[in-house]
Design a protein around this ligand. Structure first.
Ligand code: AMP
Length: 289
């Protein structure tokens, strides 16, 4: 099934329609960029689409709320769903094709294969979200192989996800360039996220402290080179700011997320906190001196 929506966005829900269109574009010498999402699109997603348009002749977005990346106690059933609004947003952004499959298209009966990236899957978010990165790697590998784009674009907001994708794309020789895009933030610094809609007014007021704290920590690491002390101070700040839990705050090497031991390596400060049932993640680069 495929239908033409409003101006120029074409929505397809079946695999062969996706494959045929991308194949025809590439046969005609047009380059193709893929931008996977889970929908509930916000300004951060729109910026990704705009960046994608500058990178290739055709932009393919996907919307799929991947059940395999949510744990049993997570928000799969309550994750915001707003397909009609999302279609319009993508259309206005000038996206050419949207692949929005049903779960049975992605995971037909008998589906039995998963992709597990040793090491990267098990640290940071992986320690707090059992099976999450196996679900992410499996669905992203499927989307890449289903569409076979030249480029795929992902936000640095989900930094561990980006590192994980780069790793398995390299390991499995998937012929696609993975590009990371900067995090888009609200004016007070809070990274835009579909999950921000869960926050109460009071929680929303507290949320920007996450970005402020990791930004300050990254600057302090660059200045003082005191990595462990600075990270411990950041953890204490987040706890005193009244977050309900600090899942982690860590300084890691930017390319492989191994612990940052020296400021001569390029570094990243990453953190995850909870406000009630809502989990916020964020990360920033350690400035280079
Ligand atoms: P999601 O729909 O949350 O799974 O995100 C889809 C894509 O958009 C992923 O590559 C995310 O990293 C990216 N993304 C989400 N929020 C932001 C943001 N605030 N800035 C930049 N990219 C983002």
């Amino acid at each position: 099934m495929s239908n033409k929506y409003a101006k120029s966005l074409v929505v397809v829900r079946e695999l062969d329609s996706l494959r045929r269109r991308v194949h025809d574009w590439r046969r005609d010498g047009l380059s193709v960029v893929l931008v996977p999402t889970m929908g509930a699109l916000h300004e951060g997603h729109i910026k990704l689409m705009e960046q994608a348009k500058k990178m290739a002749d055709r932009v393919v977005a996907t919307i799929f709320i991947n059940p395999k990346q949510f744990g049993p106690d997570e928000d799969f059933s309550s994750y915001p769903r707003q397909e009609a609004d999302d279609f319009e947003t993508l259309d206005v952004a000038g996206v050419h094709l949207l692949f929005a499959p049903e779960a049975e298209v992605m995971y037909p009966p008998g589906f039995a294969t998963t992709i597990s990236v040793a090491g990267i899957s098990d640290i940071l978010d992986g320690q707090h979200r059992d099976g999450h990165f196996i679900g992410v790697a499996t669905v992203v590998a499927k989307l890449l192989l289903q569409s076979l784009p030249d480029i795929a674009l992902f936000g640095e907001k989900d930094y561990q996800q980006l590192v994980l994708i780069r790793r398995f794309v390299k390991d499995l020789n998937i012929p696609v360039d993975i590009i990371g895009a900067p995090t888009v933030r609200d004016p007070d610094g809070l990274a835009m996220s579909s999950r921000n809609s869960y926050l109460s007014t009071e929680q929303r007021a507290k949320a920007p402290i996450l970005y402020a704290t990791i930004t300050e920590a990254a600057a302090e690491i660059a200045r003082s080179r005191e990595i462990m002390v600075t990270i411990e101070q950041a953890r204490q700040k987040l706890i005193s700011a009244g977050f309900d839990a600090v899942d982690y705050v860590e300084a890691r090497q930017a390319d492989n997320l191994a612990p940052l031991k020296s400021t001569s390596d390029s570094g990243r400060v990453l953190a995850a906190v909870r406000l009630g049932h809502t989990r916020l993640i964020d990360n920033v680069a350690v400035p280079t001196r």
